[in-house]
Design a protein around this ligand. Structure first.
Ligand SMILES: Nc1nc(=O)c2c([nH]1)NC[C@@H]1CN(c3ccc(C(=O)N[C@@H](CCC(=O)O)C(=O)O)cc3)C=[N+]21
Length: 302
């Protein structure tokens, strides 16, 4: 009989991280350094609005000011660019996050390029994305960072040396988005793992399970609810579910968030992160931590 799956507790890990971040905020306040987080959302999106609310809670919990700029869906390119530039020049703002998705009339790349790289806490500015790809990150983007934070903590708990584990492992990443899938493959390669990266082409051509079953670690960031079924998981793999999919319950009419991993697949794994309560809660705190890091660096360069 296989042993039961360990549920990796993201909320507990987030609480520990939050204590460290709160300590740093206080230390900086003692030096007269204030941290501020600005978020920008254009139009409405269920998951993005949920995330902005979580970030407000995470920021205020550690004594950081959060300003959310919620713009109407028809906001022009010039108006968004002006806001991003204004936030870049605002000394009360140390970190800026532009929420996805942006409406189709806005060019995401152009807006990210207008960010002050020193405040780009999600590393979407080309300079920061480049530094990350070169292995010299200015900021490690919060979602992929949280995946490895949880994985490293789990390895520590089961007393497996990280270096030996990654060196002998294959990590399969499903999804190739700029903010999650791509940086995940970079970070996985940096740890010395064999990396398998796939996207919807693998599903479309019926080869998804062939690749996902190669993973000693399977990270899923596809944005497809229930995509990963038991047959996609190698027995004993560690599964990290990054999916955040709004699903409307027809019985109650209420919307809630589900992951990319079908709960039935979890029993095949050795350990897995749940949704909710897995990668998400760590992501919030990590982003706040990056904001603190940005403030600290800005103070040094004053
Ligand atoms: N530039 C950018 N970066 C992002 O990281 C980003 C984004 N844009 N746009 C929107 C999506 C969505 N997203 C969420 C993460 C966690 C929860 C969340 O609530 N997580 C809970 C679920 C709780 C529940 O079920 O309600 C958890 O994982 O425990 C929601 C939403 C980040 N996103």
């Amino acid at each position: 009989m296989a042993s039961p799956t360990t549920v990796i507790d993201g909320r507990a890990r987030a609480r520990t991280l939050q204590l460290q971040v709160a300590f740093d905020v206080e230390r900086l306040a003692g030096l007269g350094v204030r941290c501020g987080l600005a978020t920008v959302l254009v139009g409405s999106d269920y998951a993005a609005e949920a995330y902005a609310r979580r970030l407000r809670r995470a920021a205020t919990a550690v004594g950081i000011e959060h300003r959310h700029h919620h713009l109407p869906p028809d906001t022009t390119r010039e108006e968004v660019l002006a806001l991003v530039v204004r936030l870049g020049a605002d000394p009360a703002v140390s970190g800026i996050l532009v929420l996805r998705p942006l409406p189709p009339h806005l060019d995401e790349g152009e807006i990210f390029t207008a960010l002050d790289p020193a405040k780009d806490i999600e590393a979407v500015h080309p300079e920061n994305a480049g530094l990350l790809a070169l292995g010299r990150p200015r900021f490690v983007p919060s979602t992929p960072a949280s995946v490895f934070h949880l994985l490293d903590a789990w390895l520590d708990e089961v007393d497996i040396a990280g270096e030996a584990f990654y060196g002998a492992s294959t990590i399969c990443v499903v999804g190739r988005s700029n903010n999650v899938g791509k940086p995940l493959t970079t970070l996985a390669a940096e740890r010395g793992a064999v990396v398998v990266s796939c996207d919807e082409n693998a599903s479309r051509t019926g080869r998804l399970a062939r690749y996902t079953r190669l993973g000693d670690v399977l990270v899923v960031a596809a944005g497809v609810p229930g995509l990963i079924r038991p047959e996609h998981v190698a027995p004993g793999a560690v599964v990290l579910d990054v999916g955040i999919n709004p699903v409307r319950d027809p019985a109650t009419g209420r919307t809630h968030l589900v992951g990319d991993v079908d709960p039935a697949a979890l029993s095949v794994a050795r350990a897995a992160t749940p949704v909710p309560g897995g990668v998400g809660p760590v992501t919030d705190v990590w982003l706040v931590q990056n904001t603190v890091l940005a403030a600290e660096r800005a103070a040094k360069h004053r």
